[in-house]
Write a protein that binds this ligand. Structure first.
Ligand SMILES: Cc1cc2nc3c(=O)[nH]c(=O)nc-3n(C[C@H](O)[C@H](O)[C@H](O)COP(=O)(O)O)c2cc1C
Ligand code: SF4
Ligand code: SF4
Length: 433
């Protein structure tokens, strides 16, 4: 067994995202938990390292109601949806509270999120933001509802030229770092990250919410959430969006010409989720929904878990972790087609529930069968037919009961690209009957 590179040194959680330094990488995302001075200060007391203030801009009027939850098999709000707009509090009040908060918490990162329309408005709001003593700006090019219909939010984030232009205004007017918050409502995030880079951004944050309808009341026919009888598309977030967010973060992190710091957002619920974002290239992580559902104190566990993880893996600084998994994200055409695994069942752990058998029969390759021994409830895998798809391991309720093990099939590694370009030999297909 290989020794783990543990460290006795207390790891430093200090994070630096494009020049915005915070005592740890955990920031409140721009959203209701970062709506006022009282809230942000309580969050800092609880342990959050930074906060992106609820987006400031032209005064708006919000609707009631405005949130929706997607509940799944007994778990409440695995997905979350909102049709809220930017701050509905007076700009003066926000600026005063940002100033007071920054004064009281000089070591914490306070980032002001902004969304306005014209060049003059950007110039004015940026000056007023900088006057509060804030550490950075975040340009909200992401809201997928309401503001985009007024030519802001995702309407900007979806147009690289407009993104680049507004970013360049902000960078011109700002003496503090500028992050561009990107919308996931695009087919490929990379041109949008590159546009922010060309505009001179010091970093990017992603993702904002995903355009969605969270559900329909099948008795009243109302779209959820609804305002009287009408509903509209909103922004999807929370635990369920994490895979989409991880992919977008990683896509930018591995892009050769990109190289900007990333603040990762989307479905972070605990320290493990945060570690995944960091390993895929984020220098900080932002959290909204999980705080809305469970409160600021979740950060205590995040700090403890990240610290222990860094110890266990021998990381003494966050920088050593950032992007460590990016090199393992490859194109499909570069995967080894001759690498082969099969599923194995540990009979001592199996509870005989047969979930694996049903899944393999109906959803995979019909190679898990009842045992011929009538006394045994442990199913048997026909390894000659198993294609190593993982489905049985995914459905098995007992941790470690089904493992995927490599088969030494004697074939040299061969990717699709090597097969096409160099004629590399592929192993015979399994399960193709
Ligand atoms: C109710 C609500 C309001 C939000 N308001 C803003 C906002 O004003 N500005 C902004 O940039 N993002 C806003 N967001 C998006 C979040 O900052 C974040 O990008 C998104 O929710 C994904 O993170 P999560 O999965 O941790 O919630 C809002 C999200 C929610 C749920
Ligand atoms: S890995 Fe896939 S094919 Fe193999 S036994 Fe499990 S479900 Fe069946
Ligand atoms: S799903 Fe797991 S526990 Fe259930 S029968 Fe299959 S191997 Fe055993």
């Amino acid at each position: 067994m290989s020794e783990k590179p543990t460290t006795k040194v207390v790891p430093s959680l200090v994070s630096n995202t494009g020049g915005i330094v915070s005592p740890n990488p955990f920031w409140l995302a721009s959203a209701p938990p970062a709506n006022s001075g009282g809230q942000v200060q309580r969050a800092f007391d609880a342990g959050w390292g930074g906060a992106v203030w609820k987006t400031l801009g032209q005064p708006i009027q919000n609707v009631s109601s405005r949130f929706g939850g997607m509940h799944s098999k007994g778990v409440r709000a695995v997905g979350f949806n909102n049709i809220e707009l930017i701050t509905d509090r007076p700009l003066e009040t926000n600026f005063r509270e940002i100033y007071e908060t920054k004064k009281k918490y000089p070591k914490h990162a306070v980032i002001v999120s902004l969304m306005v329309e014209t060049r003059e408005e950007w110039k004015d709001i940026i000056k007023r933001s900088i006057d509060t003593g804030a550490d950075g700006l975040e340009l909200n090019f992401g809201c997928p509802h309401g503001m985009c219909e007024r030519g802001m939010g995702s309407a900007v984030g979806q147009e690289p030229k407009v993104n680049q232009e507004i970013t360049s205004w902000a960078v011109e007017y700002s003496s503090i770092p500028v992050l561009v918050k990107l919308t996931p409502n695009v087919s490929d995030i990379r041109p949008h990250g590159m546009a922010a880079k060309r505009g001179g951004a010091h970093g990017v944050s992603l993702i904002n919410t995903i355009k969605s309808i969270i559900g329909v009341d099948i008795d009243s026919f109302a779209i959820e959430p609804h305002v009287q009888s009408l509903g509209t598309n909103g922004g999807y977030c929370g635990q369920a969006v994490r895979p989409i967010a991880l992919h977008m973060v990683a896509s930018l992190a591995r892009e050769k010409d990109f190289g900007l710091p990333i603040s990762g957002i989307g479905g972070v619920c605990n320290w493990r989720d945060a570690v995944e974002f960091i390993l895929l290239g984020s220098s900080s992580v932002q959290v909204c929904t999980e705080v809305m559902l469970r409160g600021y104190r979740i950060v205590e566990d995040m700090i403890e878990g990240l610290t222990q993880y860094m110890r266990d893996h021998g990381f003494s600084t966050l920088d050593q972790m950032v992007g460590r998994a990016v090199r393992n994200y490859s194109e499909w055409g570069d995967l080894d087609l001759n690498y082969e695994t099969v599923a194995k069942i540990d009979a001592s752990k199996c509870i005989g529930c047969n979930l694996c058998m049903t899944a393999c029969q109906d959803g995979a390759h019909q190679c898990i069968h009842p045992s011929k021994d009538e006394k045994s409830r442990v199913p048997v895998i026909d390894e000659a037919e198993c294609v190593g798809c993982n489905l049985c391991q995914i459905v098995c309720p007992v941790s470690g009961c089904i493992t995927m093990e490599q088969v030494q099939n004697g074939f040299a590694p061969a990717t699709w690209n090597q097969h096409v370009h160099e004629g590399a030999l592929l192993r015979p297909k399994k399960g193709a009957h």
